[in-house]
Design a protein around this ligand. Sequence first.
Ligand SMILES: NC(=O)c1ccc[n+]([C@@H]2O[C@H](COP(=O)([O-])OP(=O)(O)OC[C@H]3O[C@@H](n4cnc5c(N)ncnc54)[C@H](OP(=O)(O)O)[C@@H]3O)[C@@H](O)[C@H]2O)c1
Length: 317
Amino acid sequence: MNYRNIPKTELKVSEICLGTWAMGNDFWGDVDDNASIRTIQAALDSGINFIDTAPAYGAGHAESVVGKAIKGRRDKVILGTKTGVTRTSDSFLRDLRPETILREIDESLSRLGTDYIDLYQIHWPDVNTPLEDSLETLLKLQEQGKFRYLGVSNFTTELMEQAKGLATIVSLQPNYSMLQRKIEETLVPYCLKNEIGLTTYGTLAGGLLTGKYRELPNFDENDNRSRFYNYYRPEIWSQIQGLLSLLDVLAEKYKCPVSYIAIAWALQQPGIVSVLVGAKNEEQAISNAAASTIKLTEGEVQEIDQYIRKELATVAF
Ligand SMILES: NC(=O)c1ccc[n+]([C@@H]2O[C@H](COP(=O)([O-])OP(=O)(O)OC[C@H]3O[C@@H](n4cnc5c(N)ncnc54)[C@H](OP(=O)(O)O)[C@@H]3O)[C@@H](O)[C@H]2O)c1
């Protein structure tokens, strides 16, 4: 495993971060808690030291599972969680009101079994709450030692700039993969210029870029990933198959699964500190950690880039 520094922090994170949304057991199909605990421990045993979670994942359930899994190993883990999205029975509400943040952080600390969070992130912007008010509350919590560094997720350049005048933001967590490259235009240059680390989600496009789904999948009724990612719409799905064929050739060359190529590609893009990858079992976690061993040639990175620009521009950009 390779480790990279989030700029301007003491956080040296594994370049592959374990995502835990599925472990909330409410959006990605049935996921067994004991399997999730074994998955987290297998990830840590494989060199992953960075875990991403959120209260929104199963209304706190994922955080509780993470807390159980890291018991006794807290000092070996860089823990990222979030605030500002409330999971209701059928949706996700954006809420960054000060009173919500104050409640959420204590609940997160309790569920995670810790007295500090390494990276506390605003999950999504909330248009109904002035950003100043949310940041003022967050800064107080940081001063109290409840979290070490502040990050944001799903922010625009404009919001980043607004936040910059009010607080030190060390990281941005956006959606980024071969199939979603919109951040390259303005957000990546902004983060590079301002030394903000990119920790990106969507690396495997919800599993699609592992190459294991070759037919449009029929996910279980309670597996909603196709609501979050639009790649599973028939018209987009058919366009993506050519990219998978190109990735097959590279996977054959490196004698590895297609997922390694998707992860390696993301890690070789400018500004990326760590890529988030979800896993539902030990095998997936171990495999995803091992993707750290692959380095594509500059020519291969360009070949993928050109293919996406030519064939998938309307999907990815
Ligand atoms: N900030 C945000 O708004 C936001 C949004 C989305 C996600 N996230 C974070 O990012 C993390 C990753 O989520 P994602 O949406 O990017 O998911 P992803 O990593 O693209 O996909 C994860 C899914 O792919 C499949 N998979 C993973 N590794 C595999 C392997 N080696 N072989 C075969 N299948 C494999 C598993 O599902 P199956 O086995 O069922 O196919 C797994 O649940 C989340 O857990 C969360 O922490 C953040």
